[in-house]
Design a protein around this ligand. Structure first.
Ligand code: A2P
Length: 341
């Protein structure tokens, strides 16, 4: 018997990828339902070679649903996830709403799949922030081998991290620059076309942004609370694919060569590091891929046991939809859930 699955936010950038990935990976679903707002009632979305018509979340009865993948924003998760979980469904939530709740596991399956067992307290499992997911995939093997003390990360995050509306704004502004139309801003605080913006999510009292704070606290929750992280998160005019320049300070020595060999063998990692023109990955090359790509691995001689590297992944996939589907797959593989029917 298959699982009855609902995708909440199925008309959005991540929701559409969730449907693609469920189909691509042949998730054992007997039924998949696409849910969105009233505005999208009847909107068609693809699920493999099938077309689903979106239904309205607020009218949907989850009493037969086994797994709900949420990607409709924090306020929708806050309102609906606890109700849907109370109806007996497992919620895998892509918003930041429950990530730091001690009763909600925050999971990247390759990194801390064992923490999944704790999901029964609330029946909610959180997906990390997109920039955290790819970072922890690359950091975990290094931490296990040589213990990470401190990480300095600068991100180059694509417009799709701000949803479909973010991609539309990048497209419209790019067009407007070419035809000399006025630049209209709605999603981003400054022009994003042909520009970069050192500001993602709201500002906090200490001058950092919430996106930067999320990376700090989520790395600690997923890998080890002893790791110190400092982040600078920047939006760049790329449609899909987040990149990160990462500097790492380790407790024990680990050369760039050793790190490269280790990461080559690590789950979810793909090393492309030829030290020649074009011998590294850029965001356009990772679109539609599952892996976290690691390039430019080198010693950082400005500190003891230092390493530097470049980490790129499809933020809609490993950073969101793929990770959510992998969590659902792990729940099944670990016998932590079964179909209700
Ligand atoms: P809709 O298209 O009907 O607005 P993105 O992050 O790409 O902007 O996508 C957000 C997703 O969340 C969309 O599928 C959107 O549906 C959905 N969503 C937004 N508000 C609601 C709501 N009130 N109820 C259900 N889904 C919602």
């Amino acid at each position: 018997m298959g699982y009855r699955v609902a995708v909440v936010g199925a008309t959005g950038a991540v929701g559409r990828e969730m449907l693609n990935i469920l189909a691509e990976r042949q998730f054992p679903a007997s039924d998949v339902v696409a849910l969105a707002s009233r505005r999208s009632l009847g909107t068609e979305v693809s699920y493999g070679d099938k077309t689903l018509k979106a239904k309205v979340l607020e009218h949907y009865d989850f009493s037969d649903t086994d797994i709900a993948l949420f990607s409709a924003g924090g306020s929708i998760s806050e309102e609906y996830a606890p109700k849907v979980a109370a109806a007996g469904c497992v919620v895998i939530d892509n918003s930041s709403k429950f990530r730091m709740d001690p009763d909600v596991p925050l999971i990247v399956p390759e990194v801390n799949g064992d923490a999944l067992a704790g999901y029964t307290k609330k029946r909610i499992i959180a997906n990390p922030n997109c920039s955290t997911a790819q970072l922890v995939v690359a950091l975990k093997p290094l931490h296990d081998r040589a213990k990470i003390k401190r990480v300095i990360v600068s991100t180059y995050q694509s417009a799709s991290g701000a949803g479909k509306a973010g991609m539309d704004e990048l497209f419209q502004q790019t067009r407007a620059v070419f035809v000399s139309d006025p630049i209209e801003k709605d999603v981003f605080t400054k022009q994003i076309a042909f520009n970069v913006i050192p500001h993602i999510d709201v500002f906090l009292d200490d001058g950092s942004t919430k996106e930067e704070w999320k990376m700090v606290v989520e790395v600690k929750k997923i890998i080890d609370s002893a790791i110190k992280v400092t982040a600078t998160c920047v939006r760049v005019p790329v449609f899909v694919g987040h990149s990160e320049a990462v500097n790492i300070e380790l407790e024990q020595p680990l050369s760039a060569e050793e790190a490269r060999d280790l990461l080559r063998e690590s789950p979810g990692c793909m090393v492309v590091d030829k030290r020649e023109d074009g011998g590294y990955i850029t965001p356009v090359e990772c679109v539609g891929e599952y892996a976290t790509y690691i390039s430019r691995i080198r010693d950082d001689i400005t500190t003891e046991n230092g390493l530097a590297m470049w980490v790129v992944s499809d933020n809609l996939r490993k950073g969101a939809a793929l990770n959510a589907v992998q969590i659902a797959e792990q729940l099944i593989a670990r016998h932590l859930t079964k179909p209700r029917g």
